[in-house]
Ligand binder design. Sequence first.
Ligand code: G6Q
Length: 411
Amino acid sequence: MKAMQTGEIVNRTENRPALHTAMRDLFGSPLAPKASQMAQEEIDKLRKFLPQLDRFTTLVQIGIGGSSLGPEAISIALTPYARKGKRVRFLTNVDPDDGAAIFKSVDLARTVFVVVSKSGTTLETRTNELWARQKLQEAGLVPEEQIVAVTAKGSPMDDPSRYLGAFYIWDFIGGRYSATSMVGVVQLAFLLGIEPVIEFLRGAHEMDRLALETDAVKNLPLLASLLGIWNRNFLAIPTVAVIPYSQLLARFPAHLQQLDMESNGKPAASPTGPVIWGEPGTNAQHSFFQLLHQGSPLAAVEFIAFLENTYGDDVVEEGTSSRQKLLANLFAQALALARGAPGNRGSTILLGNKLTPQTVGSLLAYYEHKVAFQGFLWGINSFDQPGVELGKKLASSILKGEEPLTLYNLS
Ligand code: G6Q
């Protein structure tokens, strides 16, 4: 870790909340006491606001990138804990087929839209918010009574008069680290109710504490980051396959892809962030596992699994339960990678007892810390995204006709 970077982080956290923590500071922030008070105030505000959403059955979150990937991953993961009659959908893309499909599938009168944009300027999100307003008006409904905003203070979206409710994301929390801020928490509280959300935040907070452990052997995310550096820089493995043996974690690889690749896909003296990809097992075994066993490029495989079922339902066929079959397959794959032909292909297994709001919070925070630790070790800034910002600017210039493009006529 470079001295200058360490200094920056310490200075920032002395005066303000820690870099990528949010509502989970509710339980106390060892680095920034003020953070707990800020989190408590926003959670109290949400608690008071939630009854206003009782009349809705569907929540559609409009947002993209960090304003959708983490929230969607946790929302899908925790569906078994959803309150009866509540569901959450995500509208992200500016592709009109995304919006059209969502609007077609909901009862507008019983739908609340949560528009999430830290900057308040993202093209996809702005467009889809305007479309939702238009759809509500066309249905004879009042947009101001059915749209909630989550944004940074002072952004163009920071105008509570236009919304049923308005919540804030702190300006120093990057989108991909924002799932435990109001960006992820409003929709999750609608789906689960507030108490399970507090458990989810508690799980994340426990991992935050573990990440401060100075004994490296006890510091799980630090160990994971060192292993990642070993794979990337010493064994020259260019990709990481994240394979949850849990259908509920189906969107976790997509979230981790952004978290890791946008944070650490940066130039440095040595190779940095690997390509992150993955799909749930056992499905993935019937898809790309052949390459993992014998092909190239090499991938470091990270398995994630739980010992118990979440829904509590299972079937015993031919003497074993589906849970046993699932886990047997996971261990078989790890063994085959290690011993097979050619073998000597490493993997890690992250094994939890049961997927609960608390364990999902811990899992989310585990990866946030792992990514941040790797950024420190590589000497890069894991909290900016100049490449993404350049793309946003250029798309806007093209739409304004400021970029000389001869191939396309967008008018
Ligand atoms: C995340 C990135 C990016 C961002 C989206 C949405 O870390 O910066 O994915 O989250 O571009 O940005 P807004 O929340 O500002 O709309």
